[in-house]
Every structure is written in structure tokens, then in C-alpha cells.
Design a protein around this ligand. Structure first.
Ligand code: GDP
Length: 194
């Protein structure tokens, strides 16, 4: 996919603010600091459009990016950061529920996990939440460059087993450092953008 245009359209906190074009949409979710911004930036060839390592605790919003005037990437705020207050967590939960239950242009959610580690309880909860809403999920096992090549298969199996991945969902190993997996990801996503 050649990305000619990638711009943020709105940071939304509620449904009233979502774009109304009805373009297809792909959401991106993951634990704070997992490498979500790096993943988005690498896919769209931008250095810093999605803010990397954005500070936990600041306003949590759904960031809608117009890609090529054809579809949206929606950057969902990261989860699993221990120091977030209960009130903030509740706000996050409400926003997520509103988005995932109502957004009928949402085609797929990309769930980003760290290939080095067993998916956390929060990762499993996020996956179950998406499956509850019957949303197709593509799991990205990122930071592939950080494990030896001969461990790749074992680590991928651990991701699949821990999430109890549905047979219709897939995992793609990825590295924002080496771009490994990038073409595979785009060809996978393009099937959901037709
Ligand atoms: P976010 O909070 O999920 O958006 O995470 P970031 O994209 O800011 O990444 C968190 C840290 O992990 C940063 O220091 C990144 O440089 C690093 N990082 C992200 N992806 C990769 C990767 O594929 N390989 C390596 N080696 N580091 C990565």
C-alpha cells in the first residue's frame, strides 16, 4: 500500500465526534508501551505522526487518522498502565465500549502484543472483549528483532495459545526496527478495506 496521505482528523472522546464519512475503519489496540505508535508510523512511513511513548495519564482519546482519503486508522489509547486511577480506567472502559459496540464501519482491530513475552491478562481481556463484539482481530507480535530467529515459532505459538486465538484470526510477527512483516500486514489489511 502506498500511503500518500496520513493526517489526524479528530481526537474523539464520544460518538458524536466520530467522522461521518462511512469509510472503512481499522482500530489499533495494545498495552501502553508495547510499540503501537511505532507500528502505525512504520506502516504509514511517517516518523512521528502517531505519538510514540505518549505519557500515560494524559487525556485518553480515540485518534482518527485519514489514510489516503480512503479509510481510517483509529488509534485506541493503551491499557495496562498500573498508575492510572480508577476513575480514568472507568472513563477508558466507557469510551471503548461505546466505540466497539456502536461503530459499524469498523472492519478489523489490530491487537499489538510483544513477541518476547507471554500476552498479559490485560491482553487476554482485550482480545476477549473484541471477540465479545464479534470483531475480526489481527494480532501483531511486535519487537521481532529482539528475539533470536530460532525462537520465533515457539513465541508465536505462546501468543496463539495464551489468547486462545479464534481460527478466523491471525498473528503476524513484526518489527518496527527492521520493517519485517510490513508487506504481509498491508496485504492482510487490504482484504478488509475492499
Ligand atoms: P506505544 O506506547 O505502544 O505507542 O509504544 P512506542 O511505539 O512508543 O514504543 C515503545 C518503545 O518500544 C520505544 O522505545 C520504541 O522505540 C520501542 N519499539 C517499538 N517497536 C519496536 C520494535 O519493533 N523493535 C524494537 N527493538 N523496539 C521497538
Amino acid at each position: 500500500m502506498k500511503v500518500n496521505k496520513a493526517e489526524i482528523v479528530i481526537s474523539a472522546v464520544s460518538e458524536k465526534q466520530y467522522p461521518k464519512d462511512r469509510w472503512p475503519e481499522i482500530a489499533l489496540a495494545g498495552r501502553s508501551n508495547v510499540g503501537k505508535s511505532s507500528f502505525i508510523n512504520k506502516l504509514i512511513n511517517r516518523k512521528n505522526l502517531a505519538r510514540t511513548s505518549s505519557k500515560p495519564g494524559k487525556t485518553q482519546t480515540l485518534n482518527f487518522y485519514n489514510i489516503n482519503d480512503a479509510f481510517y486508522f483509529v488509534d485506541v489509547p493503551g491499557y495496562g498502565y498500573a498508575k492510572v486511577s480508577k476513575k480514568e480506567r472507568e472513563k477508558w472502559g466507557k469510551m471503548m465500549e461505546e466505540y466497539f459496540s456502536l461503530r459499524d464501519t469498523l472492519r478489523l482491530t489490530v491487537l499489538i502484543v510483544d513477541i518476547r513475552h507471554k500476552p498479559t491478562e490485560d491482553d487476554v481481556m482485550m482480545y476477549d472483549f473484541l471477540k465479545y463484539y464479534e470483531i475480526p482481530v489481527l494480532v501483531i507480535a511486535t519487537k521481532l528483532d529482539k528475539i533470536p530467529k530460532n525462537k520465533k515459532a515457539t513465541h508465536l505459538k505462546r501468543v496463539i495459545d495464551t489468547l486462545e486465538l479464534d481460527s478466523e484470526d491471525s498473528v503476524i510477527p513484526f518489527s518496527a526496527e527492521t520493517s519485517e512483516g510490513k508487506e504481509h500486514v498491508w496485504s492482510y489489511l487490504s482484504n478488509y478495506l475492499k
